[in-house]
Design a protein. Structure first.
Length: 204
């Protein structure tokens, strides 16, 4: 199953995903490609595949991305083959992507669970971005402007997690990941033999 976790920059989605990956088994992280500079806290191949714009554009032309978008002046993309391969193996795959990318997957044929991580309020989001110490004031202003637009997209998602308390928000995300495979529409053919044993027809 594919889990798409999205939200404005600085909302804390990466931290919550990290907690879920530590706590839950059978779950893997989809490493996106990006052209943005690597931060000191990041490792190539773990947090992102860091490539230059020429390589990224070549991958676009070769249709190697399930989705890609230009966000805050940099390019980001999700590997089509990775999602296909992990889905075929039945591996739970978590995508940490921007709102633009999530909306593209929403319109695709990929079956996924969509989770929107929302900050508690505008002021707290700005404080978190500034506290990271990795963005210039101008970059923070741009991200906040984008956040005003991105917040409106929450209605398109299956679940919303308000990241007001990190521990509680992490538990909420983990609960969603655990419960999602039990949704009736997610069970697929698994229900068929059970229902047939009771002479019950499947409802579509």
């Amino acid at each position: 199953m594919v889990y798409v976790v999205s939200g404005p920059s600085g909302c804390g989605k990466s931290t919550l995903i990290g907690r879920a990956l530590q706590e839950l088994t059978g779950l893997q992280f989809s490493v996106s490609y990006t052209t943005r500079p690597r931060r000191k806290s990041e490792k190539d191949g773990r947090d992102y595949h860091f490539v230059d714009e020429k390589v990224f554009r070549e991958m676009i032309r070769a249709r190697k991305f399930l989705e890609w978008a230009c966000v805050h002046g940099n390019l980001y993309g999700t590997s089509r083959e990775e999602v296909r391969a992990k889905s075929r193996k039945g591996i739970g795959l978590v995508l940490d992507i921007d709102v633009q990318g999530a909306e593209k997957i929403l319109k695709s044929a990929v079956k996924a669970v969509f989770v929107f991580v929302m900050p508690p309020d505008y002021g707290e989001l700005r404080r978190r971005l500034l506290a990271r110490g990795e963005n210039t004031p101008e970059d923070v202003d741009r991200r906040m402007q984008n956040a005003r637009r991105e917040i409106r997209s929450y209605r398109k998602f299956d679940f919303v997690v308000i990241n007001d308390d990190r521990d509680e928000a992490a538990r909420r995300l983990e609960a969603i990941i655990l419960a999602a495979p039990c949704r009736r529409e997610s069970l697929g053919d698994t229900l068929t033999p059970v229902l047939r044993s009771f002479s019950v027809k499947e409802s579509r």
